[in-house]
Design a protein around this ligand. Structure first.
Ligand SMILES: Cc1cc2nc3c(=O)[nH]c(=O)nc-3n(C[C@H](O)[C@H](O)[C@H](O)COP(=O)(O)OP(=O)(O)OC[C@H]3O[C@@H](n4cnc5c(N)ncnc54)[C@H](O)[C@@H]3O)c2cc1C
Length: 305
């Protein structure tokens, strides 16, 4: 099936409360290629000494604390800003790790080869890519959502454990630990048929129309103007009952959550609110509230069929 936010859409449509949706982690170094999903070039490569340079060969991270080993959000913004100012960004592995690169990182070496890049000779083009969602369906420690009879666990859930910015590798730990708690919570509860059923023949989610809207407005930096434009574009898509509506529902809820968080914190950075609030708070949203807020931005648009 792939992951297109189906779990979030399903829970949202069932009326569940979703939390911290605006916190989306970007990986700073995805292979810049047409293929989707893009291949990631792990930070381990930078840990082995690979450097980030632009098309002039300049190491443009000199002003960034931690340079190549800065946290993901810091690096993703630095790369994103450099790209936005018209540069291209590359990973240079020719010197370090150098000749051992293919042996140390065979999967990445293969991805480069498939993209027609020889890392021993060529610079590897990179750009930030959406990677992990700290937000999700709000759950308690037993995985219970706000909808009776609905549990959530793993990346689809929002336990709050990752705050506004997950540390690499913590998601599998969370999934394993929380899965046990969910299983213990479910033990002895008889299965019952859901009152609301979902058509099993509904089309596979198609994010094609949603992706460019989110890429424009919900990247590594956001602002009110862009988020409002995204909400206006996503509202009619979310209200249509077709393959686009699931991804659009999720995109719209993330957009409204990002609009409503008027601060910069962790993976959520707003150019119009660059500071973080003195007190950290979690955000909660329902689909109904997101639709209402989006409709207030502009009169309701009719679904084109
Ligand atoms: C490239 C990459 C590298 C990563 N590396 C790490 C790492 O090193 N360490 C780490 O901790 N985390 C890593 N992560 C994050 C981690 O892999 C994910 O957070 C984790 O796999 C999520 O697991 P999950 O079971 O919650 O969700 P998923 O793996 O997304 O599983 C959800 C499943 O539900 C299925 N599904 C969807 N809708 C339906 C439906 N209606 N009916 C039935 N099934 C459905 C989907 O097909 C999918 O198989 C990485 C992520 C990526 C993308």
């Amino acid at each position: 099936l792939g992951s297109w936010g189906q779990g979030l859409a399903l829970a949202a449509r069932a009326g569940a409360v979703l939390a911290d949706l605006e916190f989306v982690q970007f990986h700073p170094t995805a292979l810049d290629e047409p293929k989707r999903p893009m291949s990631l070039i792990s930070e381990a490569v930078r840990g082995e000494g690979a450097t980030l340079v632009d098309e002039t060969g300049r190491r443009f991270l000199s002003g960034v604390q931690g340079t190549e080993l800065a946290p993901r959000d810091v690096l993703a913004r630095a790369v994103g800003n450099h790209l936005a100012s018209g540069h291209r960004v590359f990973l240079d592995v020719r010197e370090r790790p150098g000749p051992t690169f293919a042996r140390q990182f065979p999967t990445i070496a293969l991805a480069c080869k498939e993209a027609g890049i020889d890392p021993a000779r060529d610079l590897i083009p990179i750009r930030p890519a959406q990677h992990y969602h700290m937000g999700g369906v709000a759950v308690d420690l037993a995985g219970r959502t706000s909808v009776q009879g609905l549990w959530a666990c793993g990346e689809v859930a929002s336990t709050g454990l990752h705050g506004a910015n997950r540390l690499a590798s913590n998601s599998l730990t969370e999934a394993v630990v929380c899965a046990r708690w969910v299983a213990e919570s479910l033990r002895g509860i008889p299965a019952r048929r859901a009152q609301q059923t979902f058509a099993s023949d509904s089309p596979s989610p198609d994010p094609a129309a949603v992706r460019p809207v989110l890429s424009r407005a919900l990247g590594v930096v956001r602002n009110r103007e862009g988020l409002e434009a995204a909400a206006r574009a996503l509202l009619p898509l979310a209200e249509c009952a077709d393959a686009t509506s699931g991804p659009a529902v999720v995109g719209l809820m993330i957009t409204i959550a990002a609009l409503q968080r008027r601060e910069s914190r962790g993976a959520h950075q707003r150019t119009d609110f660059p500071l973080h609030a003195a007190v950290a708070r979690r955000s909660e949203i329902t689909l109904e509230a997101a639709l209402r807020t989006a409709r207030e931005l502009e009169p309701r648009l009719e679904c084109l069929t």
